[in-house]
Write a protein that binds this ligand. Sequence first.
Ligand code: 13P
Length: 247
Amino acid sequence: MKKKLIAGNWKMNGSLAANEALVTALIAGMVNTNCRVAVCVPAPYLQQVQRLVTGTAIELGAQDVSQHESGAYTGEVSAAMLRDFGTRYCLVGHSERRQYHGETDSTVAVKAQRALASGITPIVCVGETLEEREAGRTEEVVKRQLAAVIHTNGHCISELIVAYEPVWAIGTGKTATPEEAQQVHAVLRGQLRAATEQADRMFILYGGSMNAANAATLLSQSDIDGGLVGGASLKVPDFLSIVAAAQ
Ligand code: 13P
């Protein structure tokens, strides 16, 4: 069986002091950890967190990447720059980027391509809004989002990670039930199977109010290979409990 992956998404939180305290405590608490663990940190802290996690079981991730390779794109951070700081993963197409920064399915697909070209594993986020779920459109929406990524990346998609994050479950305390989540994960797995023979070894993470109490049942679903954790990734005991639930 593949080891689960638990990735923390710190979002726009942290400071030099808080990051050091958080990462140091996580490392101390992760003895005999038998799953993969990553933290996706704000870009200015990549170097700091790289230093803190080097030689430990924690891997480094970023939260976004530019769709451009280099050049006159003020404020953007390229995949090659992320790579310079040992970044192993990069979130792509998080719903907050889609919602507040106008990222489209095709932008997200190109960002995934940029990450892959620099040897970074994109964690491509898909998920429906509450309105879309209530209209019975969940499957259609997540399939459309993933289809764009498959279309642009061809056989390379076997190298990426998918995260199903229902928008209505993010930061709301509302979680998809394990059955609801598994149902969507199975749809995504089926779509990946149609695109690559490697689909069964690929990771599909669940994100959206994952916490110490609900992690174990979510992670026991057959197509849930790990978690993408927001709020709880900033609290040492909570994140460590989720990591323990993933063993
Ligand atoms: P919460 O765990 O805070 O709901 O956030 C989930 C998320 O957006 C992770 O990327």
